[in-house]
Design a protein around this ligand. Sequence first.
Ligand code: ADP
Ligand code: MG
Length: 471
Amino acid sequence: MNATPTDPVSDFARLKLSAAALGNLTQLGYTAMTPIQAASLPLTLAGQDLIAQASTGSGKTAAFGLPLVDKLDAARMSVQALVLCPTRELADQVTQEIRRLARAVGNIKVVTLCGGVALRGQVISLEHGAHVVVGTPGRILDHLERGSLSLQTVQTLVLDEADRMLDMGFLDDITKVVQQCAANRQTLLFSATYPEGIAQLAQRFMRQPQTVTVQAQHSDSKIRQVFIEVKDNERLDVVSRVLNHFRPESTLAFCNTKQQCRDLVAVLQAQGFSALALFGELDQRERDQVLIQFANRSCSVLVATDVAARGLDVAQLDAVINVDVTPDPQVHIHRIGRTGRGEAEGLAVSLASMDEMGSVGKIELLQGRESAWTMLGALTPSSGGQLRPPMATLQIVGGRKEKIRAGDVLGALTGEAGFTREQVGKINVNEFSTYVAVERSVAAQAVAKLSAGRVKGRSVKVRLMEDALGR
Ligand code: ADP
Ligand code: MG
């Protein structure tokens, strides 16, 4: 769902925003509002409580970030806005976006409070003062209970990815946190889907909320949808036939259950594909590693449940495969909307057994058109050999803690080691590790050169993150 830059009615300038805010948006390259922004900003900038539903990647962060930032008073050192998010990853993304938007106001302190990080550093940050707090409900509650955080002066409360927070069992924590927020606040609730629990949340915590929903409308020309009838026992095998036929460079494969995810990854890996699974039960480091390898193009297939994939923002997704058809047609629209972003064409392949034809019917009803079916026999393996991702990931021991920056790694690879800039892909510097994507054909060589050489004047431990086959 991309904004159309030429659409004059969706221009930010028609909103009640300061000249500085408008200038900042132009600098960010935000020339036109996305549909959810166009629908919600006139209401939220006027101070209304709002429930907003729109799919991932539709620009929800700025939709709540702009009214939140608009009300900030930089001169007043108190927590004026609180954003609750389900995971650290999402909290980090929201923090970054709010920092970008707050440039218009000047010196604004945004503090992220999530679990998995020592409390002490967070307490010190809070003592230095914060205008905006972004974090997960559990950790924020910890700070409230220790007295290191007060929410008495909160003017804007945001529940981001509210559906996922409910899925994750945060209702009690959210309730306790909201009860400590100032009563005369604006409350904004953002969600990709609208399950039962959301209405209850809204009833308890919001004042006459307005509701805006932006239905993902994918045009036929952008996303090619293909349905294939399968028997349940051939489903996993058909996934590899789909991959060999269409040869997408990166694919997100959705399963309805965790067990199906596990089974599919095992089958794909056994057949030589580079596939990884995203599970709820991965720890944060494992989850980071999976997402990094997928985003830097060194993993071809990411297998996930809807819950695990929520909030994932990966550009350049060539295909979505619905390994199982979802019983909720809204979820189907949401899934396939991950591909065909921007100018790119997308492919969505759905495997449906006889038992799932009822769900397919619901999807057809919602989309207002019949599905296009392809016969299994039409899937022909292409002659290109094993589908492999273009890149491979090297893990370097040492990260932010060692003050390593992306430039240091790029410098080491393109300097003494003699690689070209084009052979090096994304570089992610985490707290204790750095991940760098390099062209697959030079991966082993890059490990050898980096291990023998120096990064930031020091020798480092480097390993190739092996996918299933260690190739
Ligand atoms: P969501 O929370 O709905 O999943 P995000 O807020 O993360 O979506 O936005 C997705 C991407 O779109 C981000 O990279 C963001 O910077 C960008 N974006 C948001 N609004 C605009 C806009 N009006 N114009 C251009 N890019 C935008
Ligand atoms: Mg979001």
